[in-house]
Unconditional design. Structure first.
Length: 255
């Protein structure tokens, strides 16, 4: 497989850096081709600007329209095109980051904002005018997985933990970005209590991550309901006969 590993941590000598290095080594040992986007090392600019799209500064800047126009015209900034090409080459995409304020670091969010432009990440339509998203899209057929570290204990992101469950916390990324663009999303890898690990704790975390990357080609994805699979009505609301007594994000995962 071709693997794209997108990494967002400012310190290469960190726990995250060590885990990343071990995982990439394992993937190569297993015969995979690995590309990496180390966003801090690349000094990735997370800010969307009109210059990304060679937009005429005398015209009002509408981001979606400008981005799709630039995509079609081949005038996207070269660093954006390079990241899109990495995504298109990949069979699987791994996002690795520390959990900062219940989300990914701003530099990684800016990678998404700039790379997943209209016509590439969203706004893709079929010949009959329907939208390709939530299980379909430009990145359909690819696999995706999150590797996330957090300072808090695993108990705090359990189903009754004060932070909310890990699935709920990562839902905007797993469902709203990765699945939205068509990818099949694998369960995340959580590295909890990251700032107070003993050597034995690190060994366990590394072992778990290496096993997960070995299983990357075959692991069962989260069974999110696809938009066009028949579970939603014309308003994109879940059918009344499905999960009739439940609400919230849980209903969008099939039992």
């Amino acid at each position: 497989m071709n693997i794209l590993w997108v990494y967002a941590h400012p310190e290469a000598r960190s726990l995250n850096g060590s885990l990343r290095d071990a995982a990439l080594k394992q993937l190569r040992v297993d015969g995979h081709t690995v590309e990496q986007s180390d966003l801090y090392a690349m000094q990735w600019n997370p800010v969307v600007t009109a210059e990304d799209y060679a937009h005429d500064p005398t015209e009002r800047f509408q981001v979606a329209t400008a981005s799709s126009t630039a995509l079609a015209a081949g005038t996207l900034a070269p660093e954006i095109v390079a990241e899109q090409q990495k995504l298109l080459r990949a069979d699987a995409v791994v996002l690795q980051f520390p959990l900062w304020w219940f989300s990914m670091p701003a530099i990684m969010k800016g990678w998404v904002d700039r790379v997943f432009v209209e016509g590439f990440g969203y706004g893709i339509r079929t010949s009959d005018g329907s939208t390709r998203r939530y299980g379909d899209g430009m990145l359909a057929g690819k696999r995706a997985m999150i590797v996330v570290s957090m300072g808090g204990s695993e108990h705090t992101v359990s189903p009754r933990g004060i932070n909310g469950s890990l699935d709920e916390m990562l839902y905007p990324i797993q469902h709203g970005i990765l699945f939205y663009t068509g990818m099949s999303v694998l369960p995340p890898v959580l590295v909890a209590s990251a700032d107070r690990m003993a050597e034995s704790d690190y060994a366990a975390a590394e072992s778990e991550l290496l096993q997960r990357v070995k299983n990357l080609p075959t692991e069962e994805p989260i069974p999110y309901r696809t938009q066009n699979g028949g579970d939603y009505d014309r308003r994109f609301v879940l059918r009344a006969d499905l999960e009739a007594e439940d609400t919230g994000i849980r209903v969008h995962t099939a039992p």
